[in-house]
Ligand binder design. Structure first.
Ligand code: OGA
Ligand code: ZN
Length: 400
């Protein structure tokens, strides 16, 4: 098996050679897969193919014979058996492994939940889970991650309000993403702050570190202490805001997705900069990256005649993203941890008065890859077909 997962043995019904030289395999339920001979050859188990130890391909493509053809093929005990030519090589393919390709489960988003775009009407409160249970139990952990990926945010409650907890939860997911703020960092009122976050100033709907080529994918914020007046937390689904502009203010959307700004993030020892639009659609697939944080937005990087419109668009973005139609407001209490997709969901907080209390949070970042990877592994180990959680359409089709 050229994979670390184990697959159910879903016997093939037939295998035939097509006039184009490819192999067509079919299953009794009507699913089928067309396999290119070069792809089959590369993925054939054994030396010069998939190394059984690493499950990786050890065939240098420079040595692949592009004239490789299928000399013979058959279905044996429901599995695919292929003989290649002109080299003499026989290979067996697990039908369950072929089926996961037929179902599209090898694509990056296949084992992840479908995204659910939300406004304050659909989701007045962050989805909330019990922190101690998520620490101990994989089922509870995957349910929390499922909400985190689906809605772009999910809260844990009843955790100890202690240092080290944000690290513990972050490491349960994967490798923390370090930065010049440290692998974990504090949010509190600093006498000499190197970030607006460490003042009592309110923070409108924003994303962290838009000054990086790839801003952090996920952020965790754990509340250690909160006895100040004000300082409620906010969240806005950037995808809902984008949908609003796409449908109602297309000129604004055009500016938000095209007009670029220089973002920069500096202190005495660091000088991070990146240029991008406020809504960066990348290659068109979700996740998009929302770049929004006025303290670190420096300069327009667009033709001068675009600047007026770009300021207007940015102001419209801020007004909509901070409006009660789109933004939710909730208390972050000691022991609460809010996790969110920093590139999709815009977070913020109200200003607060620290003269009669303290407000201390501890935060960390993780690349999206870490969250996706943990979810895929848990998805395979816990949520076998038939579980009630809704996974992506590729998955659902395969279970139909
Ligand atoms: C931040 C931030 C939120 C808060 O540190 O970037 O957004 O509630 N903090 O203080
Ligand atoms: Zn922030």
């Amino acid at each position: 098996m050229p994979d670390y997962y184990s697959y159910d043995w879903i016997s093939l019904e037939s295998a035939s050679l097509l006039p184009n030289g490819r192999v067509l395999v079919t299953w009794p339920d009507g699913h089928e897969l067309e396999c290119h001979p070069l792809w089959l050859r590369e993925n054939s188990p054994g030396p010069g193919g998939i190394d059984p130890r690493s499950k990786e391909n050890d065939l240098d493509v420079a040595k692949l014979d592009l004239d490789t053809q299928i000399k013979a093929l058959s279905v044996e005990n429901g599995g695919l058996v292929v003989e290649f030519g002109p080299e003499s090589r026989k290979a067996r393919f697990h039908p369950g492994w072929l089926r996961h390709v037929a179902d599209g489960d090898h694509y990056p988003f296949a084992l992840l939940p479908d995204l659910q775009v939300w406004t304050s009407r659909d989701l007045p409160e962050p989805p909330t889970h019990l922190g101690p249970l998520v620490i101990e139990n994989d089922e509870a952990f995957v349910d929390w991650l499922h909400d985190l990926l689906r809605y772009g945010l999910a809260r844990l409650v009843s955790l100890p309000p202690e240092d080290g907890v944000v690290e513990l939860i972050g490491r349960r997911i994967g490798v923390l993403r370090d930065s010049n703020f440290g692998a974990t960092w504090h949010v509190s009122v600093d006498l000499d702050p190197n970030s607006t976050a460490n003042t009592t100033i309110g923070l409108p709907a924003h994303s962290d570190l838009p000054s990086r080529e790839t801003p952090p994918g996920f952020q965790l914020l754990h509340c250690l202490e909160n006895t100040v007046a004000g300082g409620r937390s906010t969240m806005t689904d950037g995808l809902a805001v984008a949908q609003h502009f796409e449908e109602n203010e297309p000129e604004v959307m055009k500016s938000l997705t095209n007009d670029e700004w220089v973002f920069s993030n500096r202190d005495g020892k660091h000088d991070h900069r990146w240029t991008g639009p406020m809504i960066d659609r990348g290659d068109g697939r979700v996740p998009w990256t929302f770049r929004a944080f006025h303290p670190v937005r420096g300069f327009p990087a667009m033709p001068p005649e675009r600047i007026n419109d770009a300021y207007f668009a940015m102001q419209r973005f801020g007004r909509v993203a901070n409006s009660s139609d789109f933004q939710i407001r909730y208390d972050l209490n000691p022991g609460d941890l809010i996790a969110f997709d920093n590139r999709r969901v815009l977070h913020g907080r109200e200003s607060f008065d620290s003269s009669e209390g303290h407000r201390r949070l501890r935060g960390t970042y993780l690349d999206s890859d870490e969250v996706y990877s943990r979810m895929r592994v848990l998805r395979h180990s816990i949520h076998e077909p038939g579980h009630s959680l809704a996974f992506s359409s590729a998955r659902k089709e395969s279970n139909a």
